[in-house]
Design a protein around this ligand. Sequence first.
Ligand SMILES: NC(=O)C1=CN([C@@H]2O[C@H](COP(=O)(O)OP(=O)(O)OC[C@H]3O[C@@H](n4cnc5c(N)ncnc54)[C@H](OP(=O)(O)O)[C@@H]3O)[C@@H](O)[C@H]2O)C=CC1
Ligand SMILES: CC(=O)N[C@@H](CCC(=O)OP(=O)(O)O)C(=O)O
Length: 349
Amino acid sequence: MSEQLRVAIVGSTGYGGVELVRLLASHPQAKVTSVISSSSAGTPFSDGFPHLQHIREELLDDVDPALIRTKADVVFLATPAGVAAKITPAFLQAGLKVIDLSGDYRLKSPALYEEWYKKPAAEEPYLSEAVFGLAEIYGERVKGAALISNPGCYPTATLLGLVPAIKAGFIDPASIIIDAKSGVSGAGRGVSLGTHYSELNENFKAYKLNQHQHIPEIEMVLSDVAEKPVVTTFSTHLVPMTRGIMSTMYANIVGERTTEQFIASYKEFYADRQFVRIRPAGLLPATKEVWGSNYCDIGFAVDTRTNRVTIVSVIDNLVKGAAGQAIQNMNLMMGWDESLGLQFVPAYP
Ligand SMILES: NC(=O)C1=CN([C@@H]2O[C@H](COP(=O)(O)OP(=O)(O)OC[C@H]3O[C@@H](n4cnc5c(N)ncnc54)[C@H](OP(=O)(O)O)[C@@H]3O)[C@@H](O)[C@H]2O)C=CC1
Ligand SMILES: CC(=O)N[C@@H](CCC(=O)OP(=O)(O)O)C(=O)O
């Protein structure tokens, strides 16, 4: 077998980073050679994650691009918004390929990023060079790229559920309303008032209405696919569960379409893709049915009374919504089969 690709992870002590460590442990052609921390360098990785003790015995490295270059070929950045914008240029200049899990390189307009993220935008030419890695839609662009911007968790579930219907002309893009729900690991490992146990348990709440940073990312892709500007209503809710996103989407149908026609059209659209599974009529997906896997499951219900369709799309936010799709992008970037090391069956129940 050829030599394995060497991989480093900045933010390895966060939820996205730890999930990268878990998934890459069984990748046949890549191995993690450096786990990096900005706050705990020099301490054993397994101190914080005893469940991974047998696969990662080394000490955490510092965020040092020159050192990392001696150990790795590709670096994943699983860091909070604003960090990748600062450190990516040094990693690229050191000769590493970069896959960023944050929102820093997704929006091509610096003004739009600063409006929604309230932080300084990444600089050119890196912003223009970054390829938006929604693998099933833009996978061809990912091949050979040096900087990949991994999509957000909510946009991944939402866009995989909407793009085929828009491309087929089945729905009016101006009529779309997106009602999305996430498990709490979507908020990261850090503690906050809104996500601690007694605030979250037995509770269900809407948040960031009309202010969510994923709104411009969703509109960017919907506009690209519709070939005209699209604005949308996107509402987010926190659910008392650990993993999972459900995006429930409503749109007016153009002409007359049955549930079976939506199913047939989506099956054709995703015929060559391994990670999108289309449900038969009457069988809507639930978050537990993709738990721990890289699948996005999509179901449909056409209402002939209102002539609207409801599309339900579910993912595991830490896998297809973050680490899994990032590895899928690494595979595409390297010219490998996109499913390498990702063929996990969902854990159930
Ligand atoms: N959680 C999810 O479901 C998803 C997350 N994302 C995005 O992925 C990124 C990571 O998310 P997540 O893992 O949940 O976040 P976490 O908060 O769990 O982890 C982020 C990690 O980044 C490290 N970090 C913080 N500041 C810096 C810095 N200045 N330089 C280097 N490293 C730093 C921290 O580790 P240390 O102190 O050890 O350096 C921390 O563990 C975020 O941008 C998030 O928005 C995207 C899709 C889904
Ligand atoms: C539950 C929860 O709080 N989820 C986070 C998802 C953040 C995320 O994934 O951030 P980026 O994609 O922008 O990097 C949120 O709604 O902000």
